[in-house]
Design a protein around this ligand. Sequence first.
Ligand code: PBG
Length: 327
Amino acid sequence: MGFPEVRPRRLRRTAPLRRLVEETRVAPAELVLPLFVKEGLTEARPIPSLPGVLQHSRDSLRKAAVDAVQAGVGGLMLFGVPTARDETGSAGLDPDGILNVAIRDVVAEVGDATVVMSDLCLDEFTSHGHCGLLAPDGTVDNDATLTAYGEMAVAQAAAGAGVVGPSGMMDGQVGVIRRALDAAGYRDTAILAYAVKYASAFFGPFRDAVESTLQGDRRTYQQDPANLRESLREVELDIAEGADMVMVKPALPYLDVLAAVRAAVDVPVAAYQVSGEYAMVEAAAANGWIDREQAMMESLTSIRRAGAQIILTYWAAEAAQLLRDRY
Ligand code: PBG
């Protein structure tokens, strides 16, 4: 026998062979589409830093939800953009606030066909842009915020959210939300905890999407990108407090964290491919510097391979459609 005796290239020779030995596949049902709805809009508006993503009106949101479900996505994650913000983010707790109204709309439209989730955080609703209530000294008051989160969770569950996604990184948020939901009779409302969430520059375009003008930064509550072990502690705590699923966010710059979390726990693990990750690929593709579709699928495959069994991505509907055509 000649050298080399072993030739891994044999299995890469044709597309059918490559498909046969593919170790990782992304399924449409694992993809969750984040959707933005803005109060008072009569038609959808583009978000300049997130090309292809829209701020929806109530009507266009319903239609986008139907389209995504038809494309085969596994779920929707809703974010609300209110017309008026205040110090305490009261529009987030108001049953008639834009997010809760939108949850009701979407549940009425596609609630039997998909999982309707809602972001549970105050940053879209506060005038200062922080994820919680401010103490007199200007710091984010953990325990005062917990009370608000509990109420917000009940309002979202009452509106019909099947899963709430606490993303504010307050200590004890999952426990407080679980207790509040149970006490209000929403024992079956699940919690997807944004357990591991870094103080990341990759959330930049999201701030445009929700028109948040953050004063300062989130480093006193979101995690330091330098830390991995801390993530395992956050995940452990959230599961102990009642998280049904845990999420790592952002995704691509934190695949090592994602893999470590996957290895450490047995609950479903999600990853959020955030706005900046999406925007980087879109911007490079728009310049002709990168193949858009290939970069999109490669990034999703990599997030899946690292251990995410659920992926939140702004490409969810498009990728679901492509995957359905592919397999
Ligand atoms: C908090 C929240 C944020 C994102 C999801 N939920 C913003 C933040 O914490 O700063 C970011 C998502 C993205 O960048 O795509 N409501």
